[in-house]
Design a protein around this ligand. Structure first.
Ligand code: DMJ
Length: 673
């Protein structure tokens, strides 16, 4: 307190501190002596005049203020440092990665789990720089370039750290507010994916569309618009004549039931999402919410309902973040579980989802190998999402068992397996077509889904591809097309199902994930063959099965078609593989081939009143003999793969983040531990 009044009243003693100064020290009174010595002397005198208590209190005050000063100085320093660092990093970022959107980590490689030891940079610090791709990835403007290992390394590391921090901050913010997507659902923020462990307690969140809202939208091109138009036309037929039923019969303007579960609608949900068909999606969602009921006394095929319904619901949940789809997925998943109650734990083919009973087909106790080994991606994902390990346990057991079985031929498996003995049956017949196809596909895809750690799956896959090379590959005449035939008790048959055309895409996916480069070479030759299965036919559409000519004969093409095999069911496998090939090579010819196929579907299978139909005769352009059936996979797979094939956006279902199930439903790749 500095006041004349206080000075007059004398120093107060108790409640507060008073510093009393004599009148001679008042500015303007007496002469103004401001010499150092005088000041020192006068201060000392004042100090001595204070009581002991006053002196102690003043000392204490000084000490207290000094401590406060030190603390606030260091805090400000930190704050200042972080501000300057941040803006520096921002500048560097802009200089080094022009156009990089920080909130869009999708440009970085596969989702990887944070290293728990890397406390400071939990999100991205462990991500190794993307490996230079073995082949060119996508069109040049979308290619991910490997960072240069040169003097820039440190700055790049800094940049990564800056990105990590900003992404981390972005994530924290996201957890506080859900993102509402125009596609009608609340998208929850956390996209982390974890493999299920035996101690799953907390359910996982959807992988969702983390970067979609932030990144520049890649404009939809003409060919994609043509796919949207085709989808709308197909959907119109389904809506007008088959709404809520399994399949459209577009000619008779009616429908057919298989399981009575709105199969086409459920199979098409994620396609609508990907194509951006908001209204159609909303309408279908309403049907799922109000009318999709699994408590029905109906027999369903375990495999078909898993890949189409469970797979469709799971992927729609991931894309939309809408928990309705997860609830439905849980429901059907639980209802399918009785299939695994067999003596061998190899599941039965059929389940009554209302009664909770399962059984094999009436005529045999065998199941199909492809069916029991191509439900794993879906059940494993269901475990991860629900925290309930029983789904994964059941399907993993099947894979482990098949891994140890005898009866394989250099990794190639027979087509049947007995649900009582757990042994392969009908030994000696090997194909990559019907009844075995997706066994091979799921070996690779489970390995990818699980973060490339499950070595038995990889071993079985690699061995099988060697088996294909050794026993099933041949070249046709006159064009010398490499094709995959079949082996029956040591006899080679030059027969190839259209179904086998999944293989080039799978091989390319394996090569993209670091497997042998010659797999990519094989993929390139096989996709050419699959294309020729269309191009050499009168309608430009492939039949269900072809036989290749092994010997040159005048006037004969490579591809021969038997009358019983000349139907086309609107199958997806070739466009599926074209999609992978374009994504990994950027070679436009694959888009052009797909475009030809779409035009031929429009020419020969489109029904004017709505919908597309399977045809009976691909060799007769003037009468392809429409069959009056639109398979659900035309919407679930064929049109989806077409749309993705024509897209130049590698983040539209990024193949380092998602793995497609065998019905084209994308499921997240789990973050490697
Ligand atoms: C689809 O249900 C799946 O792709 C399955 O793996 C094979 N058959 C059809 C499409 O052809």
């Amino acid at each position: 307190m500095y006041s004349g009044a206080a000075a007059a009243a004398g120093p107060p003693r108790r409640d507060f501190i008073s510093v009393t100064l004599g009148p001679e020290e008042t500015v303007g009174v007496g002469g103004y002596n401001n010499s150092k010595a005088w000041r020192r002397r006068s201060c000392w005198r004042k100090w001595k005049q204070l009581s002991r208590l006053q002196r102690s209190v003043i000392l204490f005050l000084f000490a207290f203020l000094a401590v406060c000063g030190v603390i606030s100085y260091t805090g400000m320093g930190e704050a200042w440092k972080s501000i300057t660092n941040k803006s520096l990093n921002d500048q560097r970022r802009e200089q080094e990665i022009p156009g990089l959107k920080l909130a869009n980590p999708a440009v970085l490689p596969a989702p990887q789990k944070a290293d728990p030891n890397h406390g400071d940079y939990p999100e991205l610090s462990l991500q190794k720089p993307p490996k230079p791709p073995h082949v060119r990835r996508g069109p040049s403007n979308l290619q991910i370039k490997a960072p240069r290992r040169d003097t820039k390394l440190k700055t790049q590391h800094d940049t990564m750290r800056a990105i990590e921090e900003l992404v981390k901050a972005d994530k924290v913010e996201k957890t506080e507010k859900s993102i509402i997507s125009w596609r009608g659902a609340v998208i929850e923020p956390d996209q982390s994916t974890e493999p299920p462990s035996s101690k799953i307690t907390e359910p996982e969140k959807p992988s969702s569309v983390e970067a979609e809202d932030q990144k520049e939208p890649v404009p939809i091109n003409e060919r994609q618009l043509a796919v949207i138009e085709a989808f709308r036309h197909a959907w119109k037929g389904y809506k007008d004549f088959a709404w809520g039923h399994d399949e459209l019969k577009p000619l008779s303007k009616s429908y057919s039931e298989w399981f009575g579960l709105g199969l086409t609608l459920v199979d098409a949900l994620d396609t609508m999402w990907i194509l951006g068909l908001k209204e159609e999606f909303e309408e279908a969602r309403k049907w799922v919410a109000n009318d999709l009921v699994f408590d029905k006394n109906v027999d369903v095929n375990l495999f078909e309902s898993t890949i189409r319904i469970l797979g469709g619901l799971l992927s729609t949940y991931h894309l939309s973040g809408d928990s309705l789809f997860l609830e439905k997925a849980k429901d059907i998943g639980n209802r399918l579980m009785p299939a695994f109650k067999t003596p061998s734990k190899i599941p039965y083919s059929d389940v009554n989802i209302g009664r909770g009973t399962a059984h094999p087909p009436r005529w045999t106790s065998d199941s199909t190998v492809a069916e029991v080994t191509s439900i794993q991606l879906e059940f494993r994902e269901l475990s991860r999402l629900t925290g309930d390990e029983k789904f994964q346990k059941a399907v993993d057991e099947v894979m482990k068992h098949v891994h140890t079985l005898s009866g394989k031929n250099d990794g190639l498996v027979p087509m049947f397996i007995n649900t009582n003995s757990g042994q392969f049956t009908h030994l000696g017949v090997y194909t990559l077509g019907a009844r075995a196809d997706s066994y091979y596909e799921y070996l690779l895809k489970q390995w990818i889904q699980g973060g490339k750690k499950e070595n038995e799956l990889l071993e079985d896959y690699m061995r099988a591809i060697e088996g294909v090379k050794k026993h099933l590959l041949q070249r046709s005449e006159p064009k010398k097309l490499t094709f995959v035939g079949e082996l029956a008790h040591g006899h080679f048959s030059a027969k190839m199902d259209h179904l086998v055309c999944f293989l080039p895409g799978t091989l390319a996916l394996g090569a993209h994930n670091g497997l042998a480069a010659d797999h990519m070479k094989l993929a390139e030759t096989l996709i050419e063959t699959c294309y020729q299965m269309y191009a050499q036919v009168e309608t430009g559409l492939s039949p269900e099965i072809v036989h290749f000519n092994l010997h040159a004969q005048k006037g004969h093409k490579d591809v021969e078609i038997k009358p019983a095999d000349r139907h086309n069911l609107l199958r997806p496998e070739t466009v599926e593989s074209l999609f992978y090939m374009y994504r990994f090579t950027g070679d436009k010819k694959y888009q052009d081939w797909g475009w030809e196929i779409l035009q031929n579907f429009n020419r020969y299978t489109r029904v004017p009143t709505g919908g597309y139909t399977s045809i009976n005769n691909v060799q007769n352009p003037s009468n392809p003999e429409p069959q009056d059936k639109m398979e659900s996979f035309f919407l679930g797979e064929t049109l989806k793969y077409m749309f993705l094939l024509f897209s130049d956006d590698i983040d539209l279902i990024n193949l380092d983040k998602y793995v497609f199930n065998t019905e084209a439903h994308p499921l997240p790749i789990w973050v490697p531990a």
